[in-house]
Design a binder for this molecule. Sequence first.
Ligand code: NPG
Length: 366
Amino acid sequence: MKINAIELRRIAMPLRAPFRTSFGVETARDIVLVRVVTPEGEGWGECVAMSEPLYSSEYVDAALDVLKRFLIPALPEKVDARAAKRAMKPFKGHRMAKAALETAVLDAQLRISGESFGSFLGASRERVPCGVSVGIMDSIPELLDAVGGFVEEGYVRIKLKIEPGWDLAPVRAVRERFGDDLLLQVDANAAYTLADARQLAKLDDFDLLLIEQPLADDDLVQHAALSRQLKTPVCLDESIESVEHAAAAITLGAASIINIKPGRVGGYLEAKAIHDLCVAHGVPVWCGGMLETGLGRAANVALAALPGFVLPGDTSASRRYFATDITTPFELADGHLDVPTGPGLGIDPIQDILDSVTTSSEWIKF
Ligand SMILES: O=C(O)CCC(=O)N[C@@H](C(=O)O)c1ccccc1
């Protein structure tokens, strides 16, 4: 496939409500979209980096810079997703930027060949069960209202963000209000240390599906030590940036479940490789989220339909975060989202909505 031009479009998407995690509060998403234009069609990729390097070392301005100066110029004349991944490999890090470019190339090539993302990746289901991520709140009553609303909407799993001082009480309150059958897990975003092991072990009383990334974002060894002190399965997110990291985590016993986020690991090809490794080792995986628009959401829902994704992911409906999505909104039906079946992502940005949220656009001609 030959590329004619690439657009780097930056958009500002206000969130319906502030989203608080252990590392900060999001009120809007500042997103870079990559559009690859070829003679036979075009493709889209969404960069999941945040405005500031708080979730990981990546951030939007750096993603734009590395795409313009290094990643896009490295693409070969004739390109497909695998060739793009190979061409970007010499550059260290910047996995979210790489993922956005690789995905835009993949989307273009699949729209041209007529194959859906799900089919290309090996999806085995037509719809996926959806979990929802609930931020840290100012009070327990406010949390219970929010969880009640999501249970009402039909979400099949609740994930609570936790941090020191907001962990046992919110989990206990949700269990007491919604019972033991509710699928419930927690996400610490690296807010604890091994010294907190006894406090974290108190969560074992609440029959949680998992505790996600309790310790440092680049750690495997301490998570292995912590895993031996908890009954609740440890799941890793930030620590897993590649299939090699996933293999090391499994070997060390650092995680018994892995959250796969295509942006965090450099794209959907790497995400599929991690899925295949985990299936081979009997390690359950689920699809994480980064508050994506319908474009990134479409790709995530397709990924979440692969056989090894046996736990509900953070693949919520568009309305979880956005009053107006830049695509036809993903809407929950009986706690599930349908996997798009059209070529490529199977969904397109709605041009006037996209234009209304665009804060900058830059074209690179080939
Ligand atoms: O539903 C979603 O897309 C968000 C899921 C979620 O909680 N994402 C978390 C995370 O740490 O996994 C996050 C939030 C904000 C920024 C980065 C990551």
